[in-house]
Ligand binder design. Structure first.
Ligand SMILES: Nc1ncnc2c1ncn2[C@@H]1O[C@H](COP(=O)(O)OP(=O)(O)OP(=O)(O)O)[C@@H](O)[C@H]1O
Ligand SMILES: [Mg+2]
Length: 467
């Protein structure tokens, strides 16, 4: 089924004569709101007129044909509506309303859309190739949006109501949903969808997008092959999971990986991966399986390495223990503002494990477990960059000793407001190179000499150009 796609007035490159939805009429949020209201009204009539007892016996294509007939019939009996509405679009949208995510369905079908963010019925944003765009898609009202949220949530076997007004879950297609409804959400029901139906960005894409430079990739690849523990830090949506996914691919194919995530996002294109996912408590407060439980269990599964999607709490302690005792080369991500901040946050998380460990002990644990910290940021204009790669070389007077290996220096923004700047090598040869050399992994001499590594283009020739 071909869905009509609402277009973004601000960013859509196609020439606009005001005919934004391709229906030949002037469009805008006012029209969209009217259209949605009309559609929900017909949709309700449609549901009333459906013979529900027959639905179970029809396969999906028959059911779709049946709905199309009914909708066309209803429309023919309302000529006054026909004059202001594109019938084809209405029928398409009614199909989406009945089976899909209503006004969001076109974005669910669009492979370029990675995030869909709904802030109440009147505001929908989508992210395409790293760039967040406001759309002119709207819902009829709170109730309409709630219906779609209820459907999304029901599809994953959960429920959302005043008693439990927040849901975070993974859809069968791998995308992640988060819904928060009033009274917690102040602007009406809020829905965030992170889509994973699309092909994840590969390391070649990250290079083409200038999110990372080849010298950094060379170091990280060698570090992963040489079983160095790596922590990826960064803010929300900075590309941590995407980089983790790519770094995991550098793990030699014969090694056994166990991945642990809250909602399975990693898409490792390799064999010998055992994926584990946490579970929240049911409505009776039972059955919770925490990341901590899974990290401990993973240790009994004879993993060569453990990939923890994100460290958030007490599981940090078990992860550090794993990294220190036979599972070197493990990887994780953490929300932090810089590489040093990542270590401080780890300390806080270790304390959540509930053991009375002194700061000195915790720091020595962290310093001996973590060797490289890669910090990512989402800069102006949606550009993601590796901002710093630091090596943790030990403790000195109770403080972490760290050295910067590579970094990115921002030098302003381009005409379109996108961050520009250049990568550099800080001039510090990593200590871990000695260990790598013992393993026969030799990095080119001069790789770490102090210099500028090339100016990151803010737009360019790559197929995946940031738009
Ligand atoms: N280098 C990049 N350039 C452009 N877009 C990117 C880049 N890396 C990731 N993205 C996109 O940004 C979004 C967020 O990526 P990702 O899930 O990897 O971030 P994250 O830091 O793990 O987010 P979270 O904080 O939610 O865990 C995804 O839609 C992804 O496709
Ligand atoms: Mg992530």
């Amino acid at each position: 089924m071909k869905m009509s796609l609402s277009r973004n007035r601000k960013t859509d490159p196609r020439p606009s004569n005001g005919d934004l939805d391709g229906t030949g009429r002037q469009s805008g949020n006012g029209f969209e709101a009217e259209f949605q209201k009309l559609k929900t009204r017909i949709h309700r009539e449609l549901i009333d007129s459906l013979d529900l007892s027959r639905i179970g016996s029809l396969d999906e294509s028959h059911l779709r044909a049946h709905i199309r007939n009914l909708a066309e019939g209803l429309l023919r009996s309302r000529p006054e509506m026909l004059s202001s509405i594109d019938e084809e679009r209405l029928v398409d949208d009614l199909m989406a309303e009945s089976f899909g995510l209503g006004p969001l369905e076109p974005y669910m079908q669009d492979p370029d859309v990675t995030d869909i963010l709904v802030n109440g019925p009147g505001e929908v944003y989508v992210e395409r190739m790293g760039r967040l765009q406001e759309t002119n898609t709207v819902f009829a009202d709170d109730e309409h949006l709630m219906q779609i949220i209820q459907r999304v949530v029901a599809q994953v076997g959960r429920r959302i109501d005043e008693q439990s007004p927040m849901v975070d879950a993974r859809r069968p297609d791998g995308s992640r949903i988060n819904a928060v409804i009033p009274p917690l959400a102040l602007c009406g029901p809020v829905l965030s969808i992170r889509r994973f139906g699309h092909v994840p960005l590969q390391i070649s894409d990250l290079l083409a997008l200038d999110s990372i430079c080849p010298e950094m990739v060379a170091l990280l690849q060698a570090a992963i092959e040489g079983r160095v523990n790596v922590m990826i830090s960064g803010g929300t949506g900075s590309g941590k999971t995407t980089l983790l996914n790519n770094l995991s691919c550098f793990v030699p194919i014969e090694e056994r990986l166990v991945t642990i995530e809250d909602s399975a996002e990693l898409q490792l294109q390799r064999k010998h991966v055992v994926g584990l996912e946490t579970r929240i408590a049911n409505t009776e407060g039972q059955g919770e399986v925490t990341p901590r439980d899974l990290v401990r269990n993973a240790l009994r599964m004879r993993p060569d390495r453990i990939i923890l999607g994100e460290v958030r709490g007490g599981e940090a302690l078990d992860m550090l223990q794993a990294m220190n005792t036979g599972h070197e080369g493990s990887l994780s991500t953490i929300h932090a503002n810089d590489t040093r901040d990542a270590l401080s946050r780890l300390e806080v998380m270790v304390s959540m494990a509930g053991f009375d460990l002194s700061v000195g002990v915790v720091r020595s644990y962290i310093a001996s477990a973590i060797t490289l910290v890669v910090h990512l940021a989402r800069l102006k204009g949606g550009v993601r960059r590796v901002m710093r790669i630091s090596e943790v070389t030990g403790l000195e007077d109770g403080e972490y000793r760290m050295q910067e290996i590579f970094g990115f220096r921002q030098s302003g923004t381009d005409d379109e407001g996108r961050a520009k700047g250049s990568f550099y090598a800080a001039g510090n040869a990593p200590w871990l190179c000695r260990r790598l050399e013992e393993l026969g992994i030799n990095l080119p001499s001069g790789l770490f000499d102090k210099r500028v590594l090339g100016v990151a283009k803010t737009s360019g020739s790559s197929a995946l150009e940031v738009v």
